[in-house]
Design a protein around this ligand. Structure first.
Ligand code: ASP
Length: 335
């Protein structure tokens, strides 16, 4: 029988109503799980659960919690066939992206899930998300970090939170779903990563100073001049369309050049969830390239942020990081 470790980090899935709104409560959640007979049915894998301390609303998740989740997986890697991480939806795509990089040589399913409505409510999406994630983790089909939500299994570092209130809350705009759970769970085998034969190693992350700037019409780039110091290791610029920035506001380029001279790695992403950055396709993006920025292609901002943390935490040189940002490491970009 397959053995799955469930790691409960917090999030709406296990929250209960308190005088100040929904908040996670360990014992209440465990009691609710005990009352779902399907979780203990014969067709289910054997599962154990560990709780993170403290349980968090995922808007409070930082590199510290990513390290704690990753460490739990690393400590139990040889004893379990797969992992299900119960997590708040707000930053689930960031955590999924981070784990995909941190768990080097991972060949086991790591399925992040949560819910929009807590398990304590009569009408909820928590029950199905937990049961189906456990079944997927035990299926033997998946060998990567994924996010299961609302009937779809997505590659973790391709997912974005797309809706604040729909039960289908996540999308993977630039990569097909890895599986769809309808009457049966149908796996999209060609889209899945092959079983990894490398040696498993866990990379802890450092709290590297990085930033994200979203370009908008009329943006006054000089306001950002003061953050472009040598302290800033990496910056993700969310540009228009295929990597375009306003050309008339020539104050951006000196700032990008300053960042580049300071050794900051500059990654260009698109504000469009679907499609890819193509630096140099328009005059409006050529200048970015000349100023030293590299293309994130169709990477999500979530994955770009996580990848920067990871590459800097590995102690790579700035030039190596620039090269790797433009390459797919865990299926996070289409080059
Ligand atoms: N704020 C909650 C969280 O991310 C939302 C959720 O879980 O859906 O923890």
């Amino acid at each position: 029988m397959k053995k799955i470790l469930v790691i409960y980090t917090g999030g709406t899935i296990g929250m209960v109503n308190t005088p100040s709104g929904y908040a996670p409560e360990k014992d209440a959640f465990h009691n609710l799980l005990d009352r779902i007979p399907e979780l203990h049915a014969e067709a289910m894998p054997h599962w154990d659960i560990v709780d993170m301390e403290p349980l968090l609303d995922s808007s409070n998740i930082t590199v510290v919690e990513w390290n704690a989740i990753g460490q739990l997986i690393a400590d139990h890697y040889d004893n379990y066939d797969g992992f299900v991480v119960l997590h708040g939806t707000d930053t689930m795509a960031y955590t999924a992206s981070a784990l995909s990089f941190m768990l080097r040589g991972n060949g086991k399913p790591v399925i992040l899930t949560g819910s929009q409505i807590p398990l304590c409510e009569i009408r909820n999406d928590a029950r199905d998300n937990i049961i189906t994630s456990l079944l997927i983790a035990a299926s033997g089909q998946v060998h990567e970090v994924c996010l299961y939500f609302g009937g779809k299994l997505l590659r973790g570092n391709r997912a974005i939170k797309y809706s604040a209130d729909d039960l289908i809350a996540f999308e993977s705009p630039n990569y097909p779903a890895l599986a769809e759970a309808g009457i049966a769970i149908r796996y999209n085998t060609p889209a899945l990563l092959p079983p990894n034969r490398g040696r498993f190693a866990f990379q802890r992350l450092k709290n590297v100073p990085i930033g994200v700037i979203k370009v908008f019409p009329g943006i006054q780039f000089d306001l950002f001049d003061s953050i472009m110091t040598e302290r800033l290791k990496g910056i993700v610029i969310e540009t228009f369309g295929a990597g375009n920035i306003p050309g008339h506001a020539d104050s951006l380029l000196p700032i990008i050049r300053k960042a580049s001279d300071n050794g900051t790695v500059i990654i260009v992403c698109s504000q469009c969830p679907h499609g890819t950055v193509s630096l140099g396709a328009y005059e409006a993006s050529s200048a970015l390239k000349e100023a030293g920025a590299v293309s994130g292609y169709d990477i999500t901002t979530e994955a770009a942020v996580a990848k920067l943390y990871y590459l800097f935490s590995r102690g790579l040189s700035r030039d190596e990081i620039r090269v790797r940002m433009e390459r797919s490491m865990r299926g996070e970009i289409t080059v």
